[in-house]
Design a protein around this ligand. Structure first.
Ligand code: RIB
Ligand code: CA
Length: 316
């Protein structure tokens, strides 16, 4: 079985941390690098968090610093931006440092090498897409080195959550999303429409804590401290772990169902960041994305639990 070669572009972020730990526990994936971007919290904090997460995993995956803000327009952070970096009581301190090479240079270099070797990359975009957009603009060969972008972003049938009209990763940098959506690289999109269907409850958190070793304990601590549950919104207990669905799709695509569609984003005006999907082909434009619409919640949560247990010593 050949391992999928992936780069995770991320703004850790609690759900980013879970996605990264899931990827690093999965032998099916070869994580070439983690590229940090500003988003949930400022870049210095996403970078520090990424270093802590990789150190906690015990894997030697390089971390790179990316864009400190959007391509254009104002900077927006997540609602826990004031928290910044994960405190040591949530995730152990580490001496791990980012590489000197920038995230964009790393993405360009890896994509060019992929073209030469013929072993194309999968890019897992789970934060604002600034780094990827910069790489695509900087070097036309990049789009030839990436076989697919799996992105947690967009809201098509669901309301936004940071603002009513937009999902956060797109809202934080709509221009970058526009560059990525029009890059010609095949897209797999995990929108809020689907990620809101899979909720982690207190019982799951306890399971991660009991079976997942130090990583499981950190995940449990993060989920409890930055509670995402919203019984009014979801109608039941639990909170989403948006980003982890991208890795779960790479590992078990059968847990998802979706449709092909043309997607796009508004980049200006009062609803900048609004994303649309032409599910009924009204514009007669070819699809540019596979949009995931459903998730097998129990299958996803079982996969998450099983893989986090790897950090507690169990086999995959
Ligand atoms: O809208 C959810 C996305 O925004 C997730 O990637 C979360 O980490 C935040 O970046
Ligand atoms: Ca994220």
């Amino acid at each position: 079985m050949s391992r999928q070669r992936i780069i995770i572009d991320t703004d850790p972020g609690v759900d980013d941390a879970i996605a990264i730990l899931l990827a690093l526990a999965s032998p099916e994936l070869e994580v070439l690098g983690i590229t940090a971007v500003a988003g949930n919290v400022p870049l210095n904090a996403t970078l520090a968090n990424a270093c802590k997460i990789v150190a906690l995993s015990g894997r030697s995956v390089p971390v790179f610093a990316g864009a400190p803000g959007p391509l254009m327009g104002k900077q927006v952070y997540g609602r826990y931006a004031h928290v910044g970096a994960f405190s040591d009581d949530l995730m152990p301190a580490t001496e791990r440092q980012p590489q000197a090479e920038s995230a964009v240079t790393f993405i360009v270099r890896q994509a060019r090498q992929a073209v030469e070797s013929g072993e194309l990359l999968t890019l897992c975009a789970i934060g604002p897409m600034t780094n990827l957009a910069l790489a695509l603009v900087q070097d036309p060969l990049v789009s030839q080195g990436i076989s697919r972008i799996v992105t947690m972003s967009c809201a098509f049938t669901a309301l936004g959550h940071r603002v009513p009209w937009a999902e956060f990763n797109v809202y934080a940098d709509p221009h970058a999303a526009d560059v990525v959506f029009n890059s010609g690289i095949p897209l797999t999109v995990m929108p809020l429409d689907m990620t809101f269907q899979a909720l982690v409850t207190r019982d799951h958190i306890q399971d991660f804590e009991q079976r997942g070793g130090a990583a499981g304990r950190a995940v449990a601590a993060l989920l409890r401290r930055f509670d995402r549950s919203d019984i009014k919104r979801y109608g039941r207990e639990g909170g989403p772990v948006h980003d982890a669905t991208t890795i779960a799709w790479l590992l078990a695509p059968q847990l998802f169902s979706g449709v092909q569609s043309r997607i796009g984003v508004a980049t200006s005006g009062p609803t900048a960041g609004y994303t649309w999907a032409d599910f009924h082909c009204k514009q007669q434009e070819p699809p540019n994305a596979d949009v995931m619409q459903t998730i097998d919640e129990s299958g996803f949560l079982d996969l998450l639990s099983q893989r986090l247990a790897v950090y507690g010593g169990s086999e995959t």
